[in-house]
Design a protein around this ligand. Structure first.
Ligand code: GH3
Ligand code: MG
Length: 446
């Protein structure tokens, strides 16, 4: 059947039919952007007749501010990609601009183009219903994103190539730029070990919209304070109100003025920097520079709630340096302080997952919070920490246990069936630590 159909229809006839059927914008152009063929939707959308577009170039109608990025997109398609999706503003015959989403495909010597007018897109079209359950498995953190300098980091989330390119070009002198072309990719970057300082977030994106991305980020303790600026073509007041009520720090509509975007980012990052400094002084232990008891308490109650919500395990280690009084008596308090710093540093560095937390509980006691970790895994980590401290080889020559500084560790785990409270977990960890001490020190106990 199929064979017969093709036999009786030449390829050009078939093309004519497809072109006349389509509701969306279709076009074939050469690699220079010269129109070769357009369908009737061009007249319907922009008011140009097929004849008017003869001998014209695809780029003749692009908004001047989007032209560079459009030409860049075409060049990229011709030189590297087979398919490219992007958006720009396109001028109609009455002089008004439409926001168009394009898909460009390269076949042979031509570019096959499909376009969709998204100027009228309303909030309802990107509702939660549409995107709600798409995000199931969170991508693993990417250590390659670790920040190696002190520059603040800006994450640009937009599926439109021209937006990301323009923003990147204008911001990369002052900041480190990360780019995500989807909401899911953005979450993966933010969940890396070193999250960005600010996020510029588009709203209309495939698979997961910007509102949904913001909600996910605000649910997590680690990411809830990252300032988010919506940068979107949704220019209705109700969209802006909705975005700001969700917790975005600012709302900028496209087309945007680059200088204003830069100024806003600068101001928001200055505030972020100040808040980070304040946070460090309230959350960090002055002697050891790791999290303090206040921070630990806050994280523990958050993680208990999260474990219940997600039905996951949560482990807690209570750690105490063995015979530390002896250490102070032998080497003096200043050496004692130095020892506490080294132990704290080693504990913190031995924890590998971004969500793990090492904190100084007080005196020579430390604690580690291990989300999504069962009792067996927690015991393994506890033993790894114990070995890490011995490997520091800090002399404690009169210690009855070993000639080096050692620790004892108590392990407590709350599993999903056992709905532990804050107090129960701490009590269990304390009792386990006592057992480890009583059975000879330099060991772990659960
Ligand atoms: P155990 O193995 O039973 O834990 O014995 P220990 O000697 O470590 O325990 P003890 O509670 O008897 O002594 C703890 C010591 O830790 C006493 C205290 O002076 C010292 N310490 C607590 N905080 C600090 C600190 O900030 N700096 C210094 N240098 N020492 C501290
Ligand atoms: Mg001790």
């Amino acid at each position: 059947m199929m064979q017969n159909f093709f036999d009786h229809n030449s390829q050009s006839e078939l093309l004519e039919r497809i072109f006349s059927l389509s509701l969306g914008l279709l076009c074939i152009a050469d690699f220079n952007g010269q129109f070769f063929k357009v369908n009737a939707a061009w007249e319907k959308t922009f008011g140009y007749t097929v004849n008017e577009l003869n001998h014209k170039n695809l780029t003749d109608f692009v908004h001047p501010n989007d032209l560079d990025a459009t030409i860049f997109a075409i060049e990229k398609l011709v030189s590297q990609n087979d398919v490219l999706n992007f958006a720009n503003r396109y001028r109609s015959q009455n002089g008004l601009y439409h926001n168009i989403e394009w898909e460009f495909r390269r076949y042979g010597d031509f570019i096959y183009i499909a376009g969709k007018d998204i100027s009228q897109l309303k909030i309802t079209e990107v509702s939660d219903r549409e995107f709600g359950n798409k995000f199931k498995s969170e991508p693993q953190p990417n250590p390659a994103n670790a920040n190696l300098n002190n520059r603040q980091r800006v994450l640009i989330v937009d599926d439109s190539l021209f937006n990301t390119k323009i923003l990147e070009q204008n911001l990369n002198k002052d900041y480190d730029i990360l780019i995500a072309n989807s909401g899911i990719r953005a979450l993966s970057i933010v969940n890396s070990s070193d999250p960005p300082d600010i996020i510029l977030l588009d709203i209309i994106m495939p698979e997961m919209n910007g509102y949904e991305v913001l909600k996910k980020l605000h649910q997590e303790q680690r990411t809830k304070d990252i300032p988010i600026i919506f940068l979107t073509s949704l220019d209705q007041a109700e969209n802006e109100e909705y975005g700001l009520n969700l917790g975005a720090i600012d709302y900028i509509t496209k087309p945007f003025n680059v200088a204003i975007v830069k100024a806003k980012i600068k101001n928001h990052l200055a505030t972020k920097s100040y808040q980070d400094t304040l946070k460090i002084s309230t959350d960090v232990d002055q002697l050891t520079n790791i999290a303090n008891r206040r921070r630990f308490d806050e994280m523990l109650s958050n993680e208990i709630k999260r474990a219940k919500r997600m039905n996951s395990c949560l482990s807690l280690l209570m750690i105490d340096i063995d015979h530390f009084k002896m250490f102070n008596d032998t080497y003096g308090h200043l050496e004692g302080d130095e020892c506490l710093r080294k132990v704290a540093f080693a504990l913190k560095n031995s924890l590998k997952r971004p969500a793990d937390l090492a904190a100084r509980w007080g005196g020579e006691e430390f604690t580690c919070l291990l989300p999504d970790t069962d009792e067996k895994e927690a015991a393994k980590i506890a033993d790894l920490l114990r070995k890490a401290i011995i490997n520091l080889k800090i002399p404690n020559e009169f210690s009855p246990v070993k000639q080096f500084v050692t620790i004892s560790v108590g392990v407590a785990t709350s599993d999903s069936a056992n709905k532990s409270t804050y107090k129960m977990l701490l009590k269990h960890a304390d009792e386990a630590l006592y057992k480890a001490k009583a059975s000879g020190r330099n060991r772990i106990s659960a």
